[in-house]
Each structure stands twice: as structure tokens, then as C-alpha cells.
Design a binder for this molecule. Structure first.
Ligand SMILES: Nc1ncnc2c1ncn2[C@@H]1O[C@H](COP(=O)(O)OP(=O)(O)O)[C@@H](O)[C@H]1O
Ligand SMILES: [Mg+2]
Length: 426
């Protein structure tokens, strides 16, 4: 579990300090203020790798570069490893263009998962990537497993042409035919991540989708009775299906590695998810965080699981209103203030509904209306409060309100009351 991240002279702000909650951590802020950057930096601090350096096919997750090239830049993190708190610090070496840490083997922070916004995934598994760069036979171990979106589906090869991972399509089909533990886990995780009890993500029969593709294609059983090949499923379903597969693959491989090593599986995991609502319908956005919090329990109960998610969605914020616990969870918000990016850990106050979240500090919108309606309502609000508002302007405003405002909008009550009193409607 990561407890603290501190960065200076790198990223959009001059410095940032974050004290994390042990369970759920939410990151909000406008586009470009550094949410993904922070997730990349947490990944670095926990794994000593940058996703795009492990896999150059990635377009995101690049090495962080200092803002002022002539000044020292640092990334500091504290995390709990086994029973003790560990600190690590890295500094940027401009001549090497790399981040360096103190020599020696850092403590093991547990399994680290990273689901990036574009559908790329990364995992750092202490059983397979734990700072043992050389094996007995002299071959290098992968520093982490990093998948571009296509590789999650089709498999991940290393430079020597051997398969590090078969990919979703082959593994799912293989697991389904074998009908053992891996398929049971996949079904359980798909069910946990389903949008609702009525709309379950259920595997259907394997099928073929092309004369030129010899692979048996997994399918999803749709509520309308068809088995739809996973490659034909919606973007939202593909995002969740890829996530489910990735988690099961990581966990199964970890179990096997630990068994080979004669050691117990990890009991700690950190899960980084960027734009957690990506491609999901509002109904699904309301259930995805509680589902993610449950999913590790599905794979292995009693695990210590920390979730760090970036979001642009008021539905995500509203969805955790009843479960947010200030002792376990944290919300960080990035804002632009006087031309500088500022990070604040905000008290999580209940907003009551999604619309109120839009106008909260998380999203800073003036209202939930369209900008056009917002402008008309602002003028109408002035008309109601200003004694000197001219009847001609009020009549014009009334026509405008009728053009743009919903007939059932509660504003009509106030407007009609005043307008009738002042004779604007005659
Ligand atoms: N590799 C990097 N090195 C240094 N700064 C970066 C790097 N990547 C992103 N940034 C900073 O983060 C900003 C982009 O933030 P990003 O995390 O993509 O925003 P969002 O909040 O929309 O996820 C950039 O404008 C830049 O200031
Ligand atoms: Mg981003």
C-alpha cells in the first residue's frame, strides 16, 4: 500500500504531496492537469519502470521529465511492505536521462496493476518481476508486463519471440475448454464487474468469426439472447472484459509462479485505474467502483487492496457517497489557480445527487444546464431581482425562455409568479 507520494520539479505543478487512503483514492481535475501523470508516477515509484520504456508500442506512460532541466527533480514515496513502512527516493540524472534510486533491492510493495485510459495494461508481479534482472541462466527477466491495447487481446511476445502472455482470445478459449479454476475465476470476475444483477456478463459458446482466423472466439451472452463474439462487443464491454481477463491472468500466473517458488501468494495489491468510467453507460458507472473493490475479494478474500482511480465523472463520485470513509479513503482534486496547478486533498462531502457533483469543487461547473440555457437563466435571474428591468426586455426574455428551457423546469414557477405580478406576460 502506498502511503505517500511527493514530487518536485516534475509534472504540471512545481511540487505535489499526496497522503493516500488505505482503500479508495479518487483523483479529479480538468483535462491536462496531471491525473494520468500522477498514476504513471505512482507506478514508477512502486515498480521502478515507466510503462512506455518497458513496451515502446505504448503511446502513454512515458518517463517523467523535469520541468526545469537545471534544477534537481525528485520523486519520493512511502509504502508499506510486509509489516514495515518503507521510503524510497529517486532523483533525475540529466546526463543519463533516467531516474536513479539508491542501490540495492527495494522492499516489495505487493502486486501492482495499472489500467491506462487508452486500454493499455501493466502489471508488476513480485513473483516474476522482483528486481532480479538476471536469472540463473543469464537471461533477463521482464521488468514488468506491459500490454498495448492490441496485445491484451492477441498476446504479448518478448524480444526473443517467445510468448509472455497468450492474450485474452486464446486464453479465454483455452480456459473455457478446460473448464477449470481459471475459467471459474474469469466467470466470477465478469459477474462481479457486471453492470447489474439483471445484465450479467456471461460467457457464451465459442465461435469463429473469419475463414482466415483459426482461433476459437470467446462470446458474451447478451440479454437479447445472442452470443456476440467479444471482438464485436461494445467498447464498454470490451473495456470491462479486458480488465476482467487481465486480473485473472495476472492472478493465475502469480499463483503458479509462487507455487513454483514454494512461497505464499501476495496478500497486498495496488490497483491504478485511469478514467475508470471510460466507455461505460451511466448505469455501469454507478456500479464500477464498488465492483472493483469487490473483485479482489472474488479472486482471494482477505487481501489488502488499495484502489487509486482518476475520473471525470460525477456519477463515479456520486456512486461512492455512501461507502466513502474518511478514515480509509481520500479524494484529491487538481485545479488551476492563478496560472498554477494546485493539488488539494478535499473533505468528501455528500452532494446528494449527480447534478450537485457537477457544480461541486470536483468539476466546478456553474450548473448542469447547457451553456445556452445557463446564459438565459442568468439573465432571467437578474430580471427577477432588478427593480428596473424593462418590460420589453422581460418579454423578449420570456420568449427566449420558452425557446430553450424545458417546460417542466422548476424555474418557471418563480418566473411566472413574478412575471404575472409585474404584467410582463400581458
Ligand atoms: N512524461 C512527462 N514528464 C513531465 N510532465 C508530464 C509528463 N507527462 C505529462 N506531464 C505533465 O502532465 C500534463 C498532462 O497531464 P495528464 O496527466 O495527461 O492530464 P489528465 O489530468 O488529463 O490525465 C502535461 O501538460 C505535463 O505538464
Ligand atoms: Mg489523463
Amino acid at each position: 500500500m502506498i502511503t505517500h507520494l511527493g514530487i518536485s520539479n516534475v509534472g504540471p505543478a512545481s511540487g505535489m504531496e499526496l497522503d493516500f487512503g488505505s482503500r479508495l483514492n479518487l483523483l479529479t481535475g480538468d483535462n491536462g492537469l496531471g491525473k494520468s501523470f500522477l498514476l504513471d508516477t505512482i507506478w514508477w515509484a512502486m515498480t521502478r519502470t515507466w510503462p512506455a520504456e518497458v513496451n515502446p508500442r505504448l503511446t502513454a506512460g512515458r518517463i517523467a521529465l523535469p520541468t526545469d532541466k537545471k534544477q534537481p527533480a525528485a520523486i519520493r514515496a512511502s509504502f508499506s511492505a510486509a509489516s514495515k513502512e518503507t521510503r524510497c527516493e529517486s532523483a533525475f540524472r540529466p546526463l543519463l536521462q533516467t531516474w536513479v534510486t539508491r542501490q540495492g533491492r527495494p522492499a516489495n510493495p505487493g502486486l501492482i496493476f495499472y489500467a491506462m485510459a487508452d486500454g493499455s495494461f501493466a502489471v508488476w508481479d513480485p513473483a516474476r518481476n522482483y528486481w532480479q534482472s538476471r536469472r540463473e541462466d543469464g537471461k533477463a527477466r521482464p521488468p514488468a508486463y506491459v500490454f498495448s491495447p492490441a496485445e491484451v487481446w492477441n498476446g504479448l511476445e518478448n524480444a526473443e519471440g517467445t510468448w509472455l502472455c497468450n492474450g485474452l482470445l486464446r486464453d479465454w478459449a483455452g480456459w473455457q475448454k478446460e473448464n477449470g479454476q481459471a475459467f471459474a475465476s474469469l466467470k466470477a470476475v465478469l459477474e462481479a464487474l457486471s453492470p447489474s444483477g439483471e445484465e450479467k456478463l456471461l460467457p457464451g459458446k465459442l465461435t469463429r468469426i473469419s475463414l482466415d482466423d483459426a482461433r476459437d472466439m470467446p462470446t458474451l451472452r447478451m440479454p437479447y439472447g445472442q452470443d456476440v463474439p467479444v471482438l464485436h462487443a461494445s467498447s464498454g464491454m470490451r473495456r470491462v472484459v479486458a480488465l476482467a481477463y487481465f486480473l485473472v491472468w495476472c492472478w493465475e500466473e502469480h499463483l503458479q509462479a509462487r507455487e513454483l517458488q514454494g512461497e505464499e501468494p501476495e496478500s497486498r495489491a495496488i490497483f491504478l485505474v485511469d478514467e475508470v468510467e471510460a466507455h461505460l453507460h451511466p448505469k455501469w458507472q454507478r456500479t464500477v467502483i464498488p465492483a472493483l473493490m469487490k473483485v479482489m475479494d472474488t479472486l482471494r478474500p482477505d487481501k489488502e487492496m488499495q484502489l487509486i482511480v482518476a475520473t471525470h465523472s460525477p456519477l463515479i463520485m456520486a456512486s461512492v457517497e455512501t461507502s466513502f470513509d474518511a478514515a480509509l479513503d481520500a479524494w484529491f482534486d487538481l485545479d488551476l489557480s492563478d496560472g498554477a496547478v494546485m493539488l488539494a486533498r478535499r473533505p468528501f462531502l455528500r452532494q446528494g445527487n449527480v447534478c450537485n457533483w457537477l457544480t461541486s469543487e470536483a468539476f466546478d461547473l456553474p450548473s448542469g444546464y447547457s451553456r445556452e440555457v445557463e446564459a438565459v437563466l442568468e439573465e432571467a435571474g437578474r430580471a427577477l431581482s432588478e427593480e428596473s428591468f424593462s418590460p420589453e426586455d422581460a418579454k423578449r426574455l420570456h420568449r427566449r425562455l420558452r425557446e430553450v428551457l424545458s417546460e417542466t423546469d422548476p424555474f418557471w414557477l418563480r418566473w411566472r409568479f413574478v412575471a404575472e405580478k409585474k404584467g410582463w406576460l400581458s
